[in-house]
Design a protein around this ligand. Structure first.
Ligand code: HEC
Ligand code: HEC
Length: 447
């Protein structure tokens, strides 16, 4: 079961060194953007191996609910999560403010098109790359061969009010994301295998980069932010050159893939437990997953705005908490002094004492590697506020549990705000040479 890790060094490559080639790989490869039809996941096929007909029926049901990769869709009951190609039909959670930003982005992205419409030279526009729906709508408008102000206004609106349909977003995803995240969002695209961490498999509905309690599904803004900025220290590139409309559309499509994956997983498990699920059960599982994304209340945790000073006393307290094996023992995973590789994280291979193996795994079944806090990129950011949020909430899908808000049984908290801030300042001190002398002193106490 253990996945071998050759050396610890391999797990913790120096910053620029490994990212370069990955980012290059991300940018320079040309992908056709032609998705294949959606397939069942490997684990579904394995679980349902004895019933090829069952597999076929499951695939057909998923197709009924989510469409196919070249024409994705959602049934009427989930219509508020999809768009038909314009802001007027945008998903329910696109706010008025989002809409304004999308219009502004459209005016910039379609500057040439809008100018051509104004000067009456729009006849030869298009096609638009990775936007088959927009291209079709434009061709239909041109085919009407109408002229006059009303027609011109519709032409203008097509571009300024553009909000990608799921089909357009699927095409863009096919070009920009599929090679890492895979056709069905399984994190298994052709270039995924060289990336550490591995590109996210969206199909469990678990996401790491949001500030929500209890595994709540990320909100639109969380997904857009991560797609726009990328994730420093991982292969996930920044997509800041895309327009606001495209970013929103990609978030919609990621959501669709996540919902599709989770419904598939639930139905496969139901299948495994006994009878093949009936239509009514399939629909109720679908509604349940949709409502996790659409209706479920989400509790956001934001760091308090007043940040206590990083004093020697706080850093010392943080150091003690970090190494305290009676509570959470950060050091058991992150190593003494946050160097990476604590005893809970790596151990000897069963058949080869010289080889270290990762002992922890994440929700996706991949080895989980506690961050070398002293040297690695902190992917969630390293401002005091960002670290507070991370320690409070933990990182969904990984063994790193949150320490915020846990009742101590006596009306208090196991870790109160002061404890969390002490750990925050300790983590920051580990990365700041200014505190070397104090840290060395504290270190000798542990050894
Ligand atoms: C070169 C590979 C690569 C490409 C291309 C790529 N990603 Fe990623 N993506 C990753 C990796 C790696 C992670 C996981 C990072 C981690 O686990 O910390 C990730 C994570 C994510 C996440 C999860 C964030 C979370 O909260 O867990 C989302 C959403 C995402 N990518 C969307 C996209 C979209 C949309 C595109 C295309 C516009 C894209 N990615 C292109 C590699 C890639
Ligand atoms: C059970 C093991 C475990 C324990 C205990 C643990 N962590 Fe982690 N921690 C992890 C793993 C695994 C990751 C990397 C998760 C990922 O893949 O994103 C991580 C990531 C982190 C990060 C980096 C976040 C980023 O932005 O990249 C910090 C900081 C951190 N942990 C601090 C702590 C502190 C402080 C404690 C104690 C309160 C602690 N951890 C306890 C396993 C653990």
């Amino acid at each position: 079961m253990f996945t071998r890790v050759r050396t610890l060094l391999e797990e913790l490559p120096p910053r620029g060194l490994w990212l370069g080639p990955l980012i290059l790989a991300g940018c320079s490869m040309e992908f056709s953007g032609q998705q294949q039809d959606f397939a069942l996941s490997e684990s579904t096929v394995e679980i349902l191996h004895s019933t090829p007909e069952g597999q076929e029926r499951l695939l057909a049901e998923l197709e009924r609910l989510f469409g196919v990769a070249s024409a994705p869709g959602l049934p009427e009951s989930a219509a508020s999560l999809r768009s038909l190609g314009s802001l007027e039909t945008a998903p329910f959670d696109v706010s008025a403010q989002d809409a304004e930003a999308i219009r502004e982005g459209n005016r910039a992205r379609f500057e040439q098109e809008l100018a051509a419409i104004e000067s009456g030279e729009a006849g030869s526009l298009g096609p638009w790359k990775w936007a088959p729906g927009l291209t079709e709508s434009w061709e239909a408008l041109v085919a009407e061969e109408l002229a006059g102000p009303a027609h011109m206004e519709r032409a203008r609106q097509l571009f300024t009010e553009y909000y990608p349909s799921l089909r357009d977003s699927a095409a863009l995803y096919g070009n920009k994301c599929l090679h890492c995240h895979g056709n069905e969002g399984g994190g298994d695209g052709p270039t995924s295998y060289t990336a550490r961490p591995i590109p996210r498999d969206f199909r469990l509905g678990i996401f790491k980069y949001d500030n929500l309690e209890d595994g709540g599904r990320p909100e639109r803004q969380d997904l857009i932010e991560i797609i726009r900025t990328g994730i420093e220290g991982t292969a996930m590139p920044s997509m800041a050159t895309l327009s606001a409309a495209q970013l929103h559309g990609l978030a919609d499509y990621v959501r669709l893939l996540a919902m599709r994956g989770e419904v598939e997983l639930r139905l496969t498990m139901a299948h495994e437990d006994g009878e093949e699920p009936q239509r009514s059960e399939i629909d109720s599982q679908f509604e349940d997953v949709v409502s996790l994304w659409r209706d479920a209340p989400r509790e956001r945790i934001d760091a308090p705005t007043t940040i206590p000073e990083p004093t020697a006393a706080r850093i010392t307290r943080g150091h003690q908490l970090f190494h305290d094996s009676s509570t959470v023992s950060c050091a058991s995973c992150h190593g003494v002094g946050g160097l990476g590789g604590g005893p809970a994280a790596y151990g000897q291979a069963e058949d080869d004492a010289d080889e270290l193996v990762a002992l922890l795994s994440d929700s996706w079944g991949h080895p989980a590697r506690p961050t070398a806090i002293t040297s690695a990129t902190l992917r969630h950011g390293e401002t005091p506020g960002q670290l507070y949020e991370r320690l409070y909430l933990g990182i969904d899908g990984t063994p790193m549990a949150g320490i915020g808000g846990i009742d101590d049984g006596n009306g208090g908290l196991i870790f109160d705000d002061e404890d969390i801030w002490s750990l925050v300042h300790y983590v920051r001190a580990l990365r700041d040479p200014q505190w070397n002398a104090l840290l060395q002193e504290l270190q000798t106490e542990v050894q």
